[in-house]
Ligand binder design. Sequence first.
Ligand SMILES: [Zn+2]
Length: 139
Amino acid sequence: MTITATRKIEFDAAHRVMLHESKCKNLHGHRYVVEVTAEAPELDNLGRVVDFGVLKEKLGSWINEHWDHQTILFDEDKALGDAIATETGQPIFYLSANPTAENMANYLLKEICPTLFDGPLKIVKITLRETPNCWVEVS
Ligand SMILES: [Zn+2]
């Protein structure tokens, strides 16, 4: 038997997908919804995989600091990032790949979650929704 615990975290951000065939090549924003799923080999002494608040506090804090109300761009999109940063003074978050929902979810699962969670608790899945109708899952 496997028991997992999932917490939903929402944030707002701008991005664009370089070389996209259609409108996603334009800078635009989403109300992103992340679902972070944790698994532990056994329940804690209160009967939990993890306190839901821990998932929010750790990943939610990282997202709040780095992605919420930010612009997320491919690091080959520096001309746009530099223009935005110069004009607005806001920092740009660069990914080493196009900021598709797939690449963003994969980055959270593979790069960020291992730095936030240790011990027997393992983050096994990230679901990322760009809209209520469009989402990806990485596990
Ligand atoms: Zn988009």
